[in-house]
Design a protein around this ligand. Sequence first.
Ligand SMILES: [Zn+2]
Length: 341
Amino acid sequence: MLVIHHPDQALHDPEQVFRTGRFIDQPDRAERYRIFLDVVKDSGYAVVEAPLDRPEAITDVHDPNYVGFLKTAYARWSERPGYGPVAIPNVHPTHRMHRKPTEFLGEFGWYSNSTSCPITEGTWPAIFASSQVAVHGADRLQTAGSPVYAMCRPPGHHAYPDLMTGVCYLNNAAIAAEQLRRRFGKVAVIDIDVHHGNGTQFIFWRSADVLVTSIHCDPQLTAPFYAGFADEIGEGGGKGYNLNLPLPWATPDKPWIAAIEAALQRIRLFQPGALVVSLGFDAAEHDPSQTFKVTDKGFAEAGRRLRALGYPTLLVQEGGYLSPALGGYLRSFLQAFQSGT
Ligand SMILES: [Zn+2]
């Protein structure tokens, strides 16, 4: 197992986000990066720093204007007298308004749909590093015998080509999948984060070369609310290459694994050259989101089954938030994935 990371990933660490009428603790704290790094070092895996040298891979998936906005957003925010220490948008277009403004606050709202993506001085370096971890992971993935874990943080699977949402800014898994598609021809994505991978679905919505599958909580009940339903199957050439498997609140191991197995059956039929796993641990019973009830054993079983597929596999870290059990979920998954037993 090769593990890729970069220390700049810890530079983004806003303490709070505005939700449910108040400021609450931001779920994606930099502490997650340190917990994951401790687990992979303790476990004896080969750990390497990603070179930050593939910026062009980001715009293979994302709108260059959006990427330019992300790069300069905090500097533009900081020039404003009286603005707070953390940039948070407070206006957004609706589906009845279609003109992109140039004024900073309007542009910020244009590129986001909620208050869940605060921007600080360290945000761009962190999200850039996280994307480069994914790209470097894809570059290092050569054979099924040497899987790669891209220890991405901040996560990415909610990010659209020109939209930050759900603590995601750049879609690390989609950026990596696009690189792998160019090398391997056909790529499958399986997203086991408890939230639907709406950004990844959108990016490959019309593609028959990238099969996107996602196992998640019913979007009628939780974020991302606007996508992730079972009848979303892709369009045009991509029709039939998107599979959503929404599950009820409080889903435990057995039906969660059964849904993963259903996705794996579809992936086998597709016969991809490589597999990307959007690896979230927020389906866990002790995750602060309290959505599903997946245990250590459930994550280990998922790891075994994903490895048994036998494809060259890139693991891309998504969600899974702070609790004393977080590191244990990663440890269980990677051990089972690595050994295949
Ligand atoms: Zn999630």
